[in-house]
Design a protein around this ligand. Structure first.
Ligand code: PLP
Length: 295
């Protein structure tokens, strides 16, 4: 058992024989000199990734994460990932961490050694950031202008807005700006005033008994957690829908959350300095669901 696990992966083509799967990756010491400096991941952020939670030994929502990996790879014109290979690697990584507790598994696929196109892959598992207080007491959030109009993805697909690429420097800068202004996190707003997403999360609001999230066509990543929450809400008789949300809608919400694979559901209790209601009951129910084994 280890708290931190790193695998180097030789990404296989989709038609590779199953006999090669088990030998297509190897464990290395965490922090080993494993990635070449001329790999296009460190140079350009040219690659895609996924982060999923391992809860008490169970990797959460593997198939939705792999489906999004395939979509990100397609948008970035990377070779199609061999999903049997990634399923096996995720299983092996989950077997290496303690059977109790929360862990974050990052898997990445880069375009490889410059100029490509033979991809490089790796998996890195670490103990999950402790979100217990954020889940219970809530978070303070600021809105930040993303500087692009909502729906720009259709006009400018090269922005790769629907892909989970390794180019997260802008997202990290947004989080630093939030901290600088005394908040915990941020929500991007389009230049024409629509709610988009957090730098590492999706936004869900409750308006009366209806749960709403912005549509992926707004130019955002389609969150696996948001989808899972919506499926759960619908299965328990609630209404959940994709709809454009203005900043005023967000300010007037009866409750709002940032959701993502490792944080689960963090209720927003302050937006740009103004109080937002904390729906403790729904928050507790969502987190109980999100922390239970999900496939
Ligand atoms: N939007 C962005 C930009 C993200 O980076 C993330 C997760 O990191 C999400 C949304 C939420 O996605 P998921 O629920 O699949 O973790």
């Amino acid at each position: 058992m280890a708290d931190t696990v790193t695998f180097l992966v030789d990404p296989l083509p989709t038609d590779a024989s199953p006999q090669f799967l088990e030998s297509s990756f190897r464990e290395v010491e965490p922090g080993a000199d494993a990635l070449a400096v001329n790999d296009l991941a460190p140079h350009r952020g040219d690659g895609v990734f996924e982060t999923l939670a391992i809860i008490d030994g169970h990797p959460q929502e593997v198939e939705p994460h792999l489906a999004r990996l395939v979509n990100s790879a397609r948008l970035c014109e990377l070779p199609e990932p061999n999903l049997d290979q990634w399923r096996l690697i995720i299983t092996r990584a989950a077997e290496r961490v303690p059977a109790q507790g929360e862990f974050a598994l990052k898997l990445a696929l880069s375009r490889g050694i410059e100029p490509g196109p033979k991809p490089t892959g790796w998996v890195h598992v670490t103990p999950g950031v402790d979100f217990t207080a954020a889940r219970r007491r809530g978070i303070r959030v600021i809105t930040l202008d993303r500087g692009v109009a909502h729906g720009v993805g259709d006009r400018a697909p090269w922005l790769l807005l629907g892909a989970k690429t390794l180019s997260y420097a802008g997202n990290m800068a947004a989080l630093r700006e939030a901290k600088r202004r005394g908040a915990d996190d941020a929500i991007y707003i389009s230049s024409d005033g629509y709610v988009l997403e957090g730098p590492t999360s999706s936004v869900i609001v409750r308006m009366g008994d209806q749960f709403v999230t912005p549509p992926p066509a707004a130019g955002i990543l389609h969150g696996t957690t948001q989808r899972s929450v919506f499926a759960h809400l619908e299965a328990t008789g609630r209404t959940a829908e994709y709809r454009d949300l203005t900043v005023d809608d967000l300010r007037a919400a009866d409750a709002a959350w940032l959701v993502s694979s490792v944080r689960m559901a963090a209720p927003i209790v302050e937006l740009d300095g103004a109080t937002l209601p904390l729906d403790a009951e729904t928050t507790a129910a969502l987190n109980a669901y999100l922390l239970s084994p999900r496939d």
